[in-house]
Design a protein around this ligand. Structure first.
Ligand code: DX5
Ligand code: ZN
Length: 234
């Protein structure tokens, strides 16, 4: 029996918040675990959001750890800057990186966690060795670029594969899921083995974003408990 049950982490995505009041958005979810910040460059994805100056300002506006998800070309050049301005976790896409290991090492040297993201159609198996250099794995459960899309349950086998490698001690990382997470979908993701749940519209589209975070956490806890029982761990 584990010393304590695993605790789900909730990372509200400010992509669904009011960009003119990001400090207030962070305050509204102060009981969250991380604040998810989607950086898009109009090249890797067909949408444009924010960059280093906004992350630097957000760092001053909230105590929440900033979970920066870079949906940008050439992360080998740009990712380390997000660690340098104080992001807690800097995740970039394997599809965009020429040197994922070198970039992960640079991010870690600058004091942040390094994260690797995979789009829904990108297999995980070829990157299991590379993932030894990372602290988080972000499994996209929608095509990156926009909030409010429908959850793609077909990515969950990648979560299960990563969970097996973490449980076996081959990898040490947080498994994060991003896209379409809501009260309707979070339990199946938790059962598959997710640790960190990104939710944009389900949090900032709710009348009370703080309450939405708490509700999602409860549901994730239920899903995790079921998977622990199923695996005979409890
Ligand atoms: C999409 C972003 C997500 C987005 C999720 O490319 O990476 O973080 O904010 O939004 P929802 O939770 O509404 O699917
Ligand atoms: Zn994201």
């Amino acid at each position: 029996m584990p010393a304590s049950a695993p605790e789900p982490m909730i990372a509200p995505s400010i992509l669904s918040a009011d960009f003119a009041h990001l400090g207030a958005a962070a305050d509204a979810v102060s009981r969250a675990d991380w604040l998810h910040v989607d950086v898009m460059d109009n090249h890797f994805v067909p949408n444009l959001t924010l960059g280093l100056p906004v992350v630097r300002s957000l760092r001053q506006a909230t105590d929440l750890p900033l979970d920066c998800h870079l949906m940008i070309d050439d992360p080998d050049r740009w990712a380390v800057g997000y660690a340098e301005v104080g992001a807690a976790n800097v995740t970039f896409h394997v599809e965009a990186a020429a040197d994922p290991v070198g970039t992960a090492r640079a991010i870690r040297s600058a004091g942040a966690f390094a994260g690797l993201a995979v789009k829904p159609g990108t297999p995980l198996a070829p990157y299991l060795d590379v993932l030894k250099e990372f602290d988080t794995l972000l499994v996209m459960s929608v095509e990156p670029g926009f909030g409010g899309q429908t959850f793609m349950a077909e990515v969950l086998p990648k979560v299960r594969l990563a969970r097996q490698h973490v449980n076996a001690g081959h990898l040490r990382l947080f498994i994060e899921i991003d896209g379409g997470i809501s009260a309707d979908t979070i339990e199946q993701a938790a059962e598959a083995g997710v640790d960190v749940f990104v939710a944009g519209s389900a949090v900032f589209g709710a009348a009370d974003p703080g309450a939405a975070v708490s509700h999602l956490r409860e549901l994730a806890r239920d899903g995790m408990a079921r998977s622990a029982h199923a695996a005979g761990r409890l």
